[in-house]
Design a protein around this ligand. Structure first.
Ligand code: SAM
Length: 171
């Protein structure tokens, strides 16, 4: 392609994604407490972009939210959590590292977060209440995204997307 020659966006996408693939079940975004449909839709698109799967409660609310928010040609695999969230996390912990995205005193700053080397489940908190305290004993690492502004936190879909990109090794 010569300079000045315009590349169509679809051609660029094909050039850059020679190894296009779905999710591998090694990185699982778990917005188990995220309530707003727009945030769930945004996180689903990030999952597709980084090759992550998603885990959400198998309730009507989450089915509806993903149906409405899904603008993808093919949806990443979704684990429908049909029992207590705590027992699901405890079961995942037998085979995976549990990472919570949250503001916490002993958190790893995002800048020091390494790409995931083993199966990793990423917990994301409720828009108002955050990640519930009863999960803390099940969490292996907390990741916090540094902020210098006056707001107290980021939008959960933005926070989750940044962490998923880092864990996927794409940033
Ligand atoms: C809007 S925040 C919840 C704020 C809530 N008022 C609190 O104090 O816990 C929603 C979720 O986004 C994520 N989040 C937002 N900002 C973050 C940050 N700077 N670092 C890590 N996680 C963040 C966390 O998962 C959090 O539970």
């Amino acid at each position: 392609m010569t300079p000045g020659e315009k590349t169509r966006r679809t051609d660029l996408r094909d050039q850059r994604r020679r190894r296009q693939h779905g999710c591998w079940d090694q990185l699982i975004a778990a917005p188990l407490w995220v309530a707003y449909e727009a945030n769930l839709g945004t996180l689903l698109r990030t999952c597709d972009a980084v090759g992550a799967c998603m885990a959400v409660p198998g309730t009507d609310h989450y089915h509806r939210a993903l149906d409405r928010g899904d603008t993808l040609p093919r949806r990443p695999h979704v684990h429908w959590v049909r029992r207590s969230k705590l027992s699901w996390i405890a079961e995942q912990r037998e085979t995976s590292r549990i990472v919570a995205v949250e503001l916490a005193e002993d958190a790893t700053p995002l800048t020091r977060l390494a790409a995931a080397r083993t199966r990793t489940v990423v917990l994301l908190g409720h828009e108002h209440a955050g990640v519930p305290a009863e999960t803390w004993d099940l969490i292996d690492e907390v990741v916090e995204i540094p902020m210098v502004g006056r707001g107290s936190s980021l939008n959960v879909a933005v926070a989750g997307s940044l962490v998923l990109y880092m864990l996927a090794g794409l940033m």
